[in-house]
Design a protein around this ligand. Structure first.
Ligand SMILES: [Mg+2]
Length: 318
């Protein structure tokens, strides 16, 4: 009798054969390695989703787990202004996960990948003596003739964000909406100078972008998009909704910087791609102030903003 692994691999190969192919993929699932004939410029990224760290069971369904593993990688490729194209996935199944659960994980990966035409080129299924872990490797094509980075912002550029922030732990973190279409249109049409996706908290990832660009950043409290989940969570934690919006992680929204004077264009691109966007602040000169981040409060006072976003705490289950 076939092992569970053989059955799963056969199932995967059948699914891959039935799904849309890409001309660059000369050999896909079923051989020792995939063969890709790639021309041009590509970005590559990988991210792991680990039981007890990035999801907890049974709160997350196995399909959610697969979806998240793919979506977080899609978000990274979007932040680089590229089109996600090919993926490899690794499933390391813990003692609590069955063959059927593995199929659910793969279906979740496919669910997240399908809207963007990402092709699964290969992968591996293994066992873990501890937590279940799903790793996706994602290749993205530079279809705009330039990649976005964290490092190109200048003083005077405007800081923007997609979506809304805070409280994603209530469930949103399992099902983020990768801003791929918006990022591609933005990269193609607007003078974007820097971008990052928000995985570890708005303030923290803003501080990373500012540091890479060697600028300061001043955002306005009144403009920070606070997610309803941040309000719901604040009612339980005693923190303010703003603190959750600035400090929580796993929003997987896009934080980006555009030359001044393009507000109408950015809003238009948001409308065309059904993506909420808002200007939240300004890149500033660091000269003299030594300041990194600051926030203009509702009362008009300007206060320093701590980059204390969410940090991975390896000892704590989330
Ligand atoms: Mg990222």
């Amino acid at each position: 009798m076939d092992s569970a692994e053989d059955r799963l691999l056969e199932w995967l190969a059948r699914r891959a054969g039935a799904s849309a192919a890409a001309p660059e993929l000369q050999i896909g699932i079923g051989d020792d390695a995939a063969v890709l004939a790639l021309a041009g410029r590509w970005v590559a990224t990988t991210d792991a989703v680990v039981e007890g760290v990035d999801f907890v069971r049974p709160g997350a369904s196995w399909r959610d787990v697969g979806y998240k593993a793919m979506a977080v990688n899609l978000s990274d490729v979007a932040a680089m202004g590229c089109r996600p194209r090919f993926a490899l996935d690794v499933l390391a199944l813990g003692p609590g996960a069955s063959e059927e659960d593995a199929r659910e994980i793969v279906l979740g990966i496919e669910e997240a990948a399908a809207p963007f035409g990402v092709v699964l080129a290969g992968g591996d299924i293994s066992a873990s003596p501890g937590p279940t872990m799903v790793v996706v490797v994602l290749l993205g094509e530079d279809v705009c003739g330039r990649t976005l980075t964290r490092s190109g912002a200048s003083s005077g550029d405007e800081i923007w964000a997609t979506g809304a922030f805070g409280g994603s732990i209530l469930s949103r973190h399992l099902r983020p909406a990768p801003r791929v279409d918006f990022a591609l249109a933005l990269n193609r049409r607007a003078p974007v100078t820097a971008a990052i996706d928000v995985s570890d908290g708005l303030a923290k990832d803003l501080s990373r972008l500012a540091a890479a660009s060697r600028v300061g950043a001043r955002i306005e409290e009144a403009l920070v998009p606070v997610h309803p989940d941040a309000l719901a969570l604040a009612a339980r934690t005693g923190k303010t909704p703003l603190e959750h919006a600035l400090g929580d992680g796993e929003d997987f929204e896009l934080l980006f910087v555009v030359r001044p004077g393009f507000e109408e264009l950015v809003v238009q691109i948001g409308r065309e791609t059904s993506t909420p966007v808002r200007r939240i602040g300004l890149a500033t000169d660091t000269a003299g102030t030594g300041a990194g981040l600051s926030i203009v409060c509702m009362d008009g006072n300007v206060e320093p903003l701590s980059p204390a976003g969410y940090s991975h705490d390896w000892t704590r289950s989330r």
